[in-house]
Design a binder for this molecule. Structure first.
Ligand code: HEM
Length: 158
């Protein structure tokens, strides 16, 4: 039962990520990087973002491949999948090892991503979290940011 939920959630993660990538390529408006951000910082942020997307696609694919190469039927969502390929014990073992490594890598990246967003919001106190998730509605106005930082004037001289 738990594995059925695990597999179904994993496939859902895969589909959601693919839809997100299609949306991102066709419709999404990505906010520009803040002006003062160094090239190195920008590159690191982009690399970590691409790695996250890659793992969100690769990890479920590997899990699915591992289950397929067991050569047995398995449950997925509300249905039953018949054995679609023969049993390949070596491939199965390699894929499950990769699945374990991928889970650690994904866990580390997601934690780093979340910690960075929280550091920006609560310690650096800038708009990064609002730019990452506008739906949260946490955007801070320039005046509010300036007041929190103790500036007497904003860049608009108010
Ligand atoms: C984001 C997606 C996924 C993540 C983060 C993930 C993570 C994990 C983790 C942490 C384990 C335990 C590994 C261990 O220490 O043994 C595991 C096991 C497993 N995963 Fe996934 N998984 C994902 C997607 C999938 C998918 C899509 C499938 C299959 C359709 C799948 C099938 C399995 C199976 C069958 C096991 C049990 C392996 C065993 O029998 O030891 N996973 N997964």
């Amino acid at each position: 039962m738990l594995l059925r939920i695990h597999r179904s959630l994993g496939v859902t993660v895969w589909m959601t990520t693919v839809l997100r990538l299609i949306w991102r390529k066709t419709n999404a408006e990505l906010p520009p990087f803040p002006e003062g951000m160094s090239q190195l910082h920008r590159a690191l942020v982009q690399i970590s973002e691409y790695c996250l997307y890659a793992l969100l696609v690769i990890q479920p694919t590997i899990g699915f491949g591992a289950v397929l190469t067991r050569g047995r039927s398995f449950t997925l969502f509300w249905g039953h999948m018949p054995p679609l390929v023969p049993h390949y014990p070596t491939v199965e073992a390699v894929l499950f090892s990769l699945h374990r490594v991928g889970a650690w890598a994904l866990g580390l990246l997601i934690t780093a991503h979340a910690v960075n967003a929280l550091v920006h919001h609560f310690i650096i106190r800038d708009n990064t979290l609002a730019r990452m998730a506008p739906v949260l509605g946490t955007e801070r106005g320039i005046g509010e940011l300036a007041l929190e930082r103790g500036d007497s004037q904003t860049s608009f001289g108010r």
